[in-house]
Design a protein around this ligand. Structure first.
Ligand SMILES: [Zn+2]
Ligand SMILES: [Zn+2]
Length: 103
């Protein structure tokens, strides 16, 4: 088996300085939020409307997620809400959100 000639090439192009300045914790806020939202239970037939975008759940194909306080939002809406510097709080009741359901 001949060695893959691409491997040394890639190694040379690898920027060592960039590697050194990598943050110690490479987990980004985006990954943290995505993980948290994915842990929220899906709501198949959500009633009412999402308080972030004001759309009723029946209209959209988007997944509805129930946050730990019991409020329901679209998957993307709650993701964006959490990413927009709102901390881990529910848009409606401001209770702390966790991925785990308390119900
Ligand atoms: Zn929404
Ligand atoms: Zn809430």
């Amino acid at each position: 088996m001949p060695e893959n000639p691409l491997i040394p090439d890639i190694a040379q192009r690898f920027d060592l300085d960039e590697a050194i300045t990598m943050p110690e914790n490479p987990k980004t806020r985006l990954e943290e939020v995505a993980g948290m939202v994915c842990d929220m239970p899906e709501v198949d037939q959500a009633a009412g409307s999402c308080s972030v975008c004001m759309e009723s759940f029946g209209k959209s194909e988007e997944i509805a997620r129930r946050v730990s306080c019991g409020h329901v939002y679209h998957h993307n809406c709650i993701t964006n809400w959490l990413l927009n510097g709102n901390g881990d709080s529910c848009p409606l009741c401001r209770r702390e959100i966790s991925g785990r359901s308390m119900i």
